[in-house]
Design a binder for this molecule. Structure first.
Ligand code: ADP
Ligand code: MG
Length: 351
């Protein structure tokens, strides 16, 4: 006779679920910074300020001047799988950075988080620590949103042990901020290191660029990657079967000893994608020796239905519906630009 009385299988409680999920979304301080800055950009911010201390382990603070969150929505902002960015069930039609509604819930589960925001006339604040969420209280804030995250992973000590040195974590944060700064040249960014207290030290600062998109991007790249990159960069602007490729690719003479200066963005989102890296390498194959790596910052824009960004919670991967078209576009556009530049150079020398 079977007994149905004492079930051994029980659902996990919400706090545990959030801590497990947090491990997927937030690997290290830099992933927290990425999520928070992306939220600021999704909110239409014109200015994003990031401050960190001790490699982001003790403090991460992201301040923006975006549209903010109404007081009544603050608890929802911290709830798991709650988002304002996706309507209904169309997972394929994603135009914002966020969409999973997991970041703030995860951060609230593994650290001490304070979310202060203003929408319209009223500003309010909600705090959470280790998954315990407090009440909404009135606050003072001129505009936008401030998210402060202290003691990341204090609630999950096992994860804390896997973090690298403060220096390495701070470097990863700088990389994340620079990458997003390249994607959004019309937005001002600052990154400050508050280690040791006081005003802190400005690690990175980029004022909003002006002009058309290419001018703005060129200015931003000169700022982030250096004037030398910008001076050696060819403008890329091509289209194939509804996929548009824009950006800048450096002359072969500006190549690097490693693949450090290769940045790809798909629909504005920074990605690390094998297909695109391979295509870039392929395009330069005739121009570079094997131990040299091209430098390029490339943006692909297409209808969201033609690319799946839902591959991984950290969202660095994408999957093109027609990988051959994406690859072909990159290879042909870059080869064309390089050949033209080579031709220009040789006619200048001849003339
Ligand atoms: P997602 O970004 O996937 O929606 P998050 O957990 O990162 O999930 O954020 C939850 C919700 O909180 C967002 O959908 C948004 O409505 C709100 N939110 C978070 N950060 C900001 C911000 N800086 N400015 C305005 N709204 C924000
Ligand atoms: Mg988000």
């Amino acid at each position: 006779k079977i007994s149905l009385e004492s079930s051994q299988i029980r659902p996990l409680d919400e706090t545990v679920i959030n801590r497990i999920a947090a491990g997927e979304v937030v690997e290290r301080p830099a992933s927290a910074v990425k999520e928070l800055v992306e939220n600021a950009l999704d909110a239409g911010a014109g200015r994003v300020d990031v401050a960190c201390a001790d490699g982001g382990k003790t403090l991460i603070r992201v301040t923006d001047d975006g549209h903010g969150i109404g007081a009544a929505d603050l608890p929802m902002a911290l709830a798991r799988h709650a988002t304002s960015k996706i309507d209904g069930s169309d997972l394929l039609n994603i135009r914002s950075f966020g969409f999973r509604g997991e970041a703030l819930a995860s951060l609230a589960a593994v650290g001490r988080l304070t979310l202060t925001s203003r929408r319209g006339e009223d500003a309010a604040r909600i705090a959470a620590a280790g998954g315990e969420i407090g009440a909404v209280r009135p606050a003072a804030l001129a505009c936008g949103t401030v998210v402060e995250l202290r003691d990341l992973f204090y609630a999950t000590p096992a994860r804390l042990k896997f973090l690298r040195s403060d220096r390495a974590e701070a470097q990863a944060i700088t990389d994340v901020v620079k990458r997003l700064a390249m994607a959004e040249p019309f937005v001002s960014f600052t990154l400050r290191d508050l280690t040791g207290g006081g005003e802190g030290r400005v690690v990175f600062r980029a004022d909003a660029e002006t002009g058309d998109l290419f001018d703005a991007l060129h200015g931003r790249l000169a700022h982030v990657l250096g004037v030398e990159f910008a001076e050696n960069a060819l403008r890329i602007d091509a289209e194939r079967e509804g996929l548009r490729l824009t950006g800048y690719a450096a002359l072969p003479t500006y190549s690097r000893g490693s693949a450090v200066a290769q940045y790809f963005f798909v629909n504005g989102r920074p990605v690390r994608d094998k297909l695109l890296i391979g295509a870039l390498r392929g395009a330069y194959a005739d121009f570079l020796s094997r131990d040299r790596h091209p430098a390029a910052v490339l943006f692909i824009h297409c209808d969201p239905h033609r690319v799946d960004v839902n591959v991984h919670p950290a969202k660095a991967e994408v999957r093109f519906r027609e990988p051959g078209v994406a690859r072909g576009l990159v290879v042909s556009a870059l080869r064309h630009a390089l050949a033209e530049a080579g031709h220009r150079a040789s006619t200048t020398v001849a003339g």
